[in-house]
Design a binder for this molecule. Structure first.
Ligand code: SF4
Length: 338
């Protein structure tokens, strides 16, 4: 792991000091005079947000840095592209109560927080009405009643936004409410927060996830092997030591990870760190993210090569989401064997 000056800083301080201006981001990367600076989006409705531990892993002077590409708001996001919309997964139709999404049988998703530590430009929820879905403790009561009434729901997924935007007190309160619902068995946390600010994995948070009667599962969102350089590999050791399963899901992103070397390294280095490769998502067609799309034929060709390069247990499942489908749609390798 790279030793970094911010290793001992509190996660809240690091969150508050995130870079929120694209020009400042380029300045810190010695790219102010690069032609890239003329492509920036003016006053993006989905603002720039880049925590400094993540910024520290970007290469100075490299306009094509795959970490930078994920967070830089460029003017092309404003172009209207056919097939790309503000709610590509029709989540508005699966949002029975503020803060609750119930898409799939047996599990439901709570919007635990309306913000994120980093703003990923490809995010399929970049237009999600968090203002209507961030109800706070009292406002969550109907969602908790809904979970209690639906006895077929066994797994609760905390997502967002990023659920680790809640502090440990707030998260502890929420987990205590969920523990009281007898048919809930698993607590799944989907988060990118520790990737960009590893300090978020406090001892208290680890205790909370390890001591709840619910079986905790953490799904991290790493898209590039260099994202392991933020310090997350060390930060997750206590989770591993407490027996909490760790998975990774990635999004296949043009110019970020759409090549065999990068994806192979991502799977191998994640596994070395104790994180099981899980999903490789095709991009959800959200307005503003068209420049990240890898055409289907190229995606499948790349996945075929990845499947040939890795042992089966390191191969994430290539999936896409289809509104109305009972689960994620998996795409198998298509080797031709004569
Ligand atoms: S952390 Fe996740 S939810 Fe937040 S902006 Fe990034 S992809 Fe979207």
């Amino acid at each position: 792991m790279l030793a970094r000056a911010h290793d001992t800083e509190d996660w809240r301080t690091l969150l508050a000091s995130a870079v929120t201006d694209a020009r400042e981001l380029l300045r810190r990367l010695d790219l102010s005079d690069h032609p890239l600076a003329t492509t920036l989006q003016q006053g993006p409705s989905f603002p720039v947000r880049v925590p400094t531990p993540y910024l520290a892993c970007m290469r100075r002077g490299d306009a094509d840095d795959p970490l930078l590409r994920q967070v830089l708001a460029v003017a092309s996001e404003e172009q209207s592209v056919a097939g790309f919309g503000i709610d590509p997964l029709d989540e508005a139709g699966q949002n029975p109560l503020p803060g609750l999404l119930h898409k799939y049988q047996g599990r439901a998703l709570l919007i635990a927080a309306g913000g994120c530590a980093v703003h990923c430009r490809y995010c399929f929820r970049r237009h999600f009405p968090y203002g209507d879905n961030n109800p706070g403790r009292r406002g969550l009561e109907p969602a908790l009643d809904y979970l209690a009434a639906h006895t077929d729901i066994q797994e609760i997924i905390l997502s967002g936004g990023d659920p680790l935007m809640l502090d440990d007190d707030a998260l502890g309160w929420l987990v205590a409410q969920l523990e009281r619902i007898p048919h809930l068995r698993r607590l799944r946390i989907h988060t990118r927060f520790p990737v960009v600010i590893p300090q978020r994995l406090t001892g208290r948070l680890v205790d909370l996830l390890a001591n709840t009667r619910l079986r905790s599962v953490v799904v991290l969102h790493l898209n590039h092997p260099r994202e392991l350089d933020t310090g997350i590999a060390d930060a997750i050791i206590p989770l591993r030591q407490r027996g909490i399963p760790l998975f990774n899901q990635s999004v296949l992103l043009k110019g970020v990870n759409d090549n065999l070397t990068t994806l192979t390294e991502l799977c191998e280095l994640s596994f070395d760190a104790g994180i099981q490769p899980y999903y490789l998502h095709l991009l959800d067609r959200v307005a503003g993210a068209a420049h990240f799309e890898v055409p289907m034929a190229a995606a499948r060709q790349l996945y075929d090569a990845l499947a040939a390069a890795l042992p089966g247990y390191l191969l994430p499942r290539l999936v896409r989401e289809r509104p109305g489908a009972p689960g994620k749609v998996a795409l198998a390798p298509r080797w031709e064997i004569s």
